[in-house]
Design a protein around this ligand. Structure first.
Ligand code: GTR
Length: 418
């Protein structure tokens, strides 16, 4: 390694270590805070009916989250075409049909490609519910099936020779057998295909296809990576609407960590997602900003300047000034269902902040006459709460495990199979 680049890496690692050290893990140092009101409009009007919520408060909150946090998604429609490039009726030992679908996003001469990997159970014969979720390291990393095509953006996002090129390297996060055995279809795409996850790669993201995109200038409320990932998951739903075997009234989205953030935002803006599973989504996902526990606005904006809109940076170390907090994001999903999952060893994501957010989203679910988390005391490990809002905390580190999937499937059964 050249001396200069060695120095650069050292600087980066030092700054990173410093910013992570700065994170608070001491509950007694959590500041006292007042959460922004769920059921009070910006003009002070109290919300007591579903009509007021849907016509006034909900649109207000969607707008605030767009302008101050995730950026606003353009109304423009670009072209999206789908080509089924492979179909295998004997996938997963014969119990599923797999399909690989090439998505081509285009606007004029510019285009991007992404690949969706879909497994549909061969039994039962009728329509089945589906869970949609992005993977981090390419479709090939979710299974050892040698038919799986490498996701196109990987050459931008992964180092040549990196172990991430190995098939099945992330298979433990994708419990395909379990999901299929339980009668669910599953669809995954590599998130890099939508926005390759580095600030300097925005020119390769779908955002660059939209009219008005200027690589030299980002408007303060312009959408960024999380917005693009959310937008992309809606395009997956567009495709699924044409799939005969998929029950489009039963579409869930599952996102881990940064993808948990994107899944919650997708669930807030696209009502076709009937359940949102947030797996350890932490800061900018389910966790309450005002607790300033673990990762904070300042740390996340510093490490990932391309995730949130530019406006969001003004809340670095000023979380109390944010016009919203994350219980309101969860509430935007109502009356559809939301499930938040934490891991004990994942203090960076602030498990308690994730739990409290789910708890404080309750009043909107109550407006709809739905069931909520009744106590603000966290449940014990492996004691899932499965109301219309769900929550669990499991032992172990930041990851997606078979235990998480089992809980998600139980929750989905409860709501989809009643
Ligand atoms: C971390 C980031 C978290 C979370 C995580 C992940 O580095 O600080 O907000 O998104 O990455 O996506 O695994």
């Amino acid at each position: 390694m050249k001396r200069e680049s060695g120095l650069l890496v050292l600087c980066f690692v030092t700054v990173l270590a410093f910013s992570q050290q700065n994170a608070n893990y001491d509950e007694s140092k959590v500041p006292s805070y007042v959460l922004p009101e769920l059921l009070k409009c910006e003009n002070g009007e109290s919300v007591t009916t579903v009509e007021q919520w849907e016509n006034k408060r909900r649109p207000e909150l969607l707008d605030l989250f767009g302008r101050h946090m995730y950026g606003t998604i353009p109304a423009e429609k670009i072209n999206v075409s789908y080509d089924i490039v492979s179909e295998n009726r004997e996938a997963l030992g014969g119990k599923a049909t797999s399909k690989q679908v090439r998505f081509t996003f285009s606007n004029g001469d510019k285009k991007n490609e992404a690949y969706l990997l879909l497994f549909i159970p061969n039994k039962p014969k009728g329509k089945v519910p589906i869970i949609v979720g992005y993977n981090f390291k390419g479709n090939h990393s979710t299974t050892t099936d040698t038919m799986i095509i490498y996701s196109p953006a990987l050459c931008l996002a992964l180092e040549p020779g990196s172990p991430d090129w190995v098939r099945g390297s992330q298979a433990s996060r994708w419990s395909y057998d379990l999901i299929i055995d339980r009668g669910y279809a599953i669809a995954t795409m590599c998130y890099h295909d939508i926005f390759p996850d580095k600030p300097e790669l925005k020119d390769h993201s779908v955002i660059s296809l939209f009219s008005g995109y200027n690589s030299q200038k980002t408007d303060p409320a312009e959408w960024q990576a999380i917005g693009a990932w959310a937008w992309g998951s809606s395009r997956i739903v567009d495709f699924l609407e044409g799939e005969e075997k998929i029950d489009t009234n039963k579409i869930a989205i599952m996102g881990h960590s940064r993808q948990g953030k994107a899944a919650l935002w997708a669930g807030a803006i696209d009502p076709r997602f009937q359940i949102v599973f947030s797996n350890e989504s932490g800061c900018g996902g389910a966790a309450l900003f005002r607790r300033k526990y673990g990762e904070t606005a300042e740390i996340i904006n510093f490490k990932f300047p391309h995730w949130f809109c530019v406006n969001f940076r003004q809340y670095n170390d000023k979380e109390e000034k944010l016009p919203v907090d994350q219980h309101q994001l969860l509430a935007l999903i109502a009356p559809r269902k939301v499930y938040v999952a934490s891991a004990e060893g994942d203090r960076w994501s602030d498990p308690k902040g994730e739990f409290l957010s789910a708890y404080h989203a309750g009043p909107v679910y109550k407006l709809y006459g739905l069931s909520t988390i009744e106590s603000d005391e966290m449940p014990g490990l492996h004691a899932p709460i499965m109301e219309d809002i769900g929550y669990h905390i499991r032992a172990g580190k930041h990851d997606v495990t078979e235990y998480d999937w089992k809980c998600y499937l139980d929750f989905a059964d409860k709501h989809f199979k009643k």
